[in-house]
Ligand binder design. Structure first.
Ligand SMILES: [Zn+2]
Length: 209
């Protein structure tokens, strides 16, 4: 059976989720963004889990700051994100740390991305489960949502409040509306969404045009 644990990241209270198969004892980590990933590592060790993938819903640093600490600890883990996310990761962090921590000397970039979602043809077979990705630009160009069984991971596209769309940085309200329409055509309104920020909610409570 698949189980999910939510961790609230240090950077901007975004959500990190660990999804694990409690028979195979394998897990994936979604959007880790606490610098040292201490609680996540403690959880993984406590349950004796093998880490297969880190999946990033998009390129913003408040969804990726914890990746390098996890790569140091779990060297065989593969990092997965969209191609655009991969291209943009290096350009993201300075703005975050200057804006929120007022530290012009701190910089961060995800050390490596191993697989892009495009290379996977939008599906990933993990431990007998199919992870199905959908390209959902709008909040950012590299944003994706993905489902694992009945669970829908929404990143900053699907949240229980209105996402921030910054035009300058690859955001687009038009693309965002198209992405929401695409999601609504695939998933039922009571699908459970695991959002980029905020509480786990139903899809119908995560649609903000
Ligand atoms: Zn974001």
């Amino acid at each position: 059976m698949l189980r999910v644990e939510r961790f609230i990241n240090e950077l901007m209270s975004s959500n990190c989720f660990i999804v694990w198969d409690d028979v195979a004892l394998r897990c994936i980590i979604i959007d880790p963004a606490s610098e040292k990933s201490l609680r996540e590592i403690e959880f993984i060790e406590m349950h004796g889990l093998l880490v297969d993938y880190i999946i990033l819903t998009h390129e913003h640093t408040d969804h990726s700051w914890g990746v390098n600490s996890l790569l140091e600890k779990y060297q065989t883990v593969q990092v997965v994100c969209s191609d655009f996310c991969k291209q943009s990761l290096s350009k993201e962090s300075r703005a975050y740390f200057q804006l929120y921590y007022d530290d012009p000397n701190y910089d961060f970039c995800v050390a490596r991305v191993d697989i892009t979602i495009e290379e996977l043809n939008w599906y990933l077979n993990w431990c007998g489960h199919v992870i199905s990705f959908i390209n959902t630009p709008g909040h950012s160009k590299g944003s994706v949502c993905f489902s694992i069984e009945e669970m829908l991971f929404g990143g900053d596209t699907l949240m229980p409040y209105k996402p921030f769309i910054k035009k300058k940085n690859g955001g687009s309200k038009e693309e965002f509306s198209d992405s929401l329409r695409k999601i609504q055509s695939i998933f039922k309104s009571n699908t459970i969404v695991y959002p980029g920020h905020g509480d786990v909610s139903k899809l119908k409570d995560c649609i903000y045009q």
